[in-house]
Design a binder for this molecule. Structure first.
Ligand SMILES: Nc1nc2c(ncn2[C@@H]2O[C@H](COP(=O)(O)OP(=O)(O)O)[C@@H](O)[C@H]2O)c(=O)[nH]1
Ligand SMILES: [Mg+2]
Length: 297
């Protein structure tokens, strides 16, 4: 099986593929396996195979390099990047969403660090809106202290809406430019989650101009097609403006981004590739596609 191969075998899948004979049915069957294994999802995989068959018929798929190039083109054409640069003309809010453990709290700290390091803004407040677990608030406070950002919190059990309210009001009063808000991502009861998120959403929407209010979803690249279902739930509930894809350092796959983009057409903001504060990179579709294809092939 291709997917059981180890690191030193990377790149050998494409060689084995070409030994099957270009443009044969087995070639496409094996390629289908590879793309599905890479988490590109069934729909995107079918699209890609259709396009490749067409290239094959036209005699434009003659080498490993042709195949790689075609895949990079197809993958990068479906991915949209997004940059958000908060100005100082009004208060911005990033609501950070996602299920437990995907990397929300860590990403909030990284985002604050990134926006300050790039000189975009340092007037950032972190809001501890995950009041479900005490550890979540403590974790955000620790990051805030370490990085030197104010954290607004009310502790475990508090109403997340009240935390958001406090954070937004105090940010406005103190002349801050950006509130980055944590949320709890319990998905065990979808109806409850959606109701709670919509309450928080109302509080932000009433206080922040629509174009300065961004609902950002954190997806863990190691979760595979599960991540697509998560994205669907959050997108349906609130409408997601952009995605941060985390733990891209802990998976050999990461095609989740492609299947989410194919299904929901949500743009990507950042790629997180480690636990360090500097492990956050603006999303570049072409670079991502090149890296992804070289990983899965
Ligand atoms: N390897 C890796 N680990 C990450 C990344 N982002 C977050 N983590 C780790 O994932 C775990 C859960 O992160 P956390 O921010 O608490 O997730 P949350 O529950 O969504 O807030 C922590 O151990 C983080 O250090 C990443 O990009 N790469
Ligand atoms: Mg958290």
């Amino acid at each position: 099986m291709f997917f059981q191969k180890k690191k030193q075998d990377i790149g050998s899948k494409i060689k084995s593929l070409f030994k099957l004979g270009i443009d044969t049915e087995t070639f496409y069957e094996e390629l289908e396996e590879i793309l599905l294994e890479g988490d590109l999802g069934p729909r995107m995989t079918m699209d890609i195979l259709d396009e490749l068959r067409e290239l094959g018929w036209k005699n434009k798929l003659n080498s490993e390099e042709d195949l790689k190039q075609a895949l990079v083109e197809l993958v990068s054409s479906i991915l949209r990047p997004l940059q958000i640069n908060p100005d100082d003309q009004g208060l911005w809010c990033f609501l950070i969403l996602g299920v437990n453990g995907v990397g929300k709290t860590t990403s909030i700290a990284k985002l604050a660090h990134w926006y300050r390091a790039k000189g975009i803004t340092d007037k950032i407040v972190l809001a501890a809106g995950d009041t479900f677990r005490a550890a979540a608030t403590e974790q955000l406070i620790t990051h805030g202290q370490r990085l030197g950002f104010r954290v607004v919190s009310q502790g475990a059990g508090a109403d997340p809406g009240a935390v958001l309210f406090d954070a937004l009001e105090s940010a406005r009063a103190k002349g801050d430019h950006l509130v980055i808000a944590d949320t709890a991502g319990r998905l065990h009861n979808k109806a409850n989650l959606v109701r709670e998120l919509q309450k928080i959403h109302k509080i932000v929407a009433n206080r922040v101009e629509p174009h300065r209010y961004k609902k950002l979803l954190v997806l863990d690249a190691t979760t595979g097609q599960n991540g697509l279902q998560q994205a669907q739930v959050f997108h349906e509930a609130l409408g997601i403006d952009g995605i941060i894809l985390t733990k891209y350092d802990s998976t050999a796959r990461g095609g989740l981004a492609v299947s989410v983009a194919r299904a929901l057409d949500i743009p990507f903001l950042f790629l997180a590739t480690g636990e360090g504060m500097g492990d956050l990179t603006p999303f570049d579709p072409r670079e991502f596609a090149q890296e992804l294809i070289s990983r899965i092939l």
